[in-house]
Design a protein around this ligand. Structure first.
Ligand SMILES: NC(=O)c1ccc[n+]([C@@H]2O[C@H](COP(=O)([O-])OP(=O)(O)OC[C@H]3O[C@@H](n4cnc5c(N)ncnc54)[C@H](OP(=O)(O)O)[C@@H]3O)[C@@H](O)[C@H]2O)c1
Length: 398
């Protein structure tokens, strides 16, 4: 197969990953119920009745992020509510359904999900499943006539993203990626600072998103299974640094180089990488360095440096608290642009508003596709050891 054919088949990431360290791959993913995660607090009383015109969401996948971050934040939303739940664990589904006041007839399994088409209370679904299941469940949701919010990363490959966008177009329904930082005050303030050239001409961006998978991380953790997660830390966590480099520069890179590493003999890394490091060059001359790891002490950092100043964020892209320090003229000034926690409800309300008003979404499927193209280029660059030239849409040139 020539390189072009590989690209056209949409299997670049898989091919590049496979050739850059003989990564194993387990079986294709299937939706399967899981136990209630540790440390979940369920609401002690059901939410109030939805406001008139509120958009009903179905939550698909009652895991850690759904139960600890997204579902509780509906209480702060203005334009949406939880109207249905979808889970493969019937006991958990009943317990969570009771706590959130979701009636039994609006609780679905993965097997009877198609019945949701007849539920007029549900206008959108929020896919909070392992990444390897995003494309399939987005297609199922569109087939049921629903709008889709999909967690990051949008899917495992650009080819899957393209399938999801096509399904959204066929259904005439919206597709939004849950890139919450676009709704988070510190990141929005940072975007505004670079957009208004408060740092002068942007020269350097550095991002690092790392944490350590526990040494005893079980083999059942989907985050170490390539068929569920892709290459690992880049898709899961480094994606925040990739996003930040793009929204702070306001540009698409024209070339990039990268390296990946995985230690031999560590069962956590038989299918995914331990570290990924990326260097991007932008047409303006700005350079970005994006580092991410599944095997080093936690850090969540973004820094942008221009000709006249810098901004530093650490933590940068968390649930909150985040930090933003502006350095200009020899002084460092911490900024407090707002409560980071609003990001969740603002994101949920944004899709609801777009549905009601027919307006475009800020983080559409095309943005998720762009990011998967860049990730495929990153893995191809790492596999070849050479820098990769890019088209403005993120596809590899030549
Ligand atoms: N935006 C963010 O800040 C953020 C943060 C964390 C995670 N995420 C994203 O959210 C998604 C879910 O992550 P998570 O941390 O919530 O994962 P998780 O805790 O493992 O939950 C995933 C849920 O998906 C369902 N599921 C269906 N088939 C599964 C299978 N084969 N293996 C494992 N789970 C399966 C299960 O729900 P049931 O038992 O109800 O069926 C499970 O509880 C991912 O796309 C992740 O990237 C985003």
């Amino acid at each position: 197969m020539t390189r072009r054919q590989v690209i056209e088949a949409g299997t670049v990431a898989a091919a590049a990953m496979a050739s850059s360290g003989a990564l194993a791959q387990g079986p294709a993913p299937a939706a399967q119920g899981q136990p209630l995660p540790d440390g979940v607090t369920l609401p002690s009383s059901a939410p109030p009745a939805p406001r008139p015109g509120s958009v009903g969401y179905a939550i698909i996948g009652l895991g850690d992020y759904a139960l600890k971050q997204i579902m509780p934040r509906f209480a702060q939303s203005q334009r949406c509510h939880i109207a249905a739940l979808v889970s493969g664990n019937p006991e958990k589904l009943a317990r969570v359904g009771e706590a959130y006041g979701v009636p039994a007839e609006a609780r679905y399994s993965y097997e009877n999900f198609a019945d949701i088409a007849a539920n007029r209370e549900v206008e959108a679904v929020y896919i909070i499943l392992p990444t390897g299941l995003h494309a399939e469940w987005a297609e199922r949701a569109f087939a049921a006539g629903k709008h889709v919010m999909c967690e990051k990363p949008m899917a495992l490959s650009a080819a899957e993203c393209a399938r999801m966008i096509a399904a959204s177009e066929r259904a005439g329904k919206k597709l939004m990626v849950g890139y919450r930082c676009h709704f988070e005050p510190y990141n929005r303030a940072a975007m505004e600072l670079t957009r208004t050239r408060a740092l002068g001409d942007l020269r350097l961006i550095r991002t690092e998103h790392s944490y350590r998978l526990g040494p005893a991380t079980p083999a059942t953790n989907w985050r170490i299974a390539r068929a569920q997660t892709g290459g690992g830390p880049l898709e899961d966590y480094g994606i925040y640094g990739l996003q930040a480099a793009l929204y702070l520069s306001g540009e698409m890179p024209d070339r990039l180089s990268a390296s990946t590493f995985r230690p031999e003999g560590d069962p956590r890394f038989s299918e995914v990488f331990a570290h990924v490091a990326v260097q991007m060059h932008f047409p303006s001359g700005t350079v970005a360095q994006i580092v991410t790891s599944y095997d080093s002490a936690g850090i969540n950092m973004v820094e942008a440096r221009g000709t006249h100043g810098a901004l530093r964020m650490q933590p940068a892209t968390g649930y909150g608290p985040n930090a933003l320090v502006l350095e200009t003229g020899g002084t460092a000034r911490p900024l407090e642009p707002g409560d980071p926690e609003v990001q969740f409800a603002a994101m949920l309300d944004h899709l609801a508003a777009a549905i009601r008003e027919g307006t475009p979404v800020l983080t559409p499927g095309e943005m998720g596709l762009r990011d998967l193209r860049l990730m495929e280029a990153i893995y191809a660059a790492a596999a070849s050891g050479r820098s990769v030239a890019l088209n403005p849409d993120g596809t590899m040139r030549g």
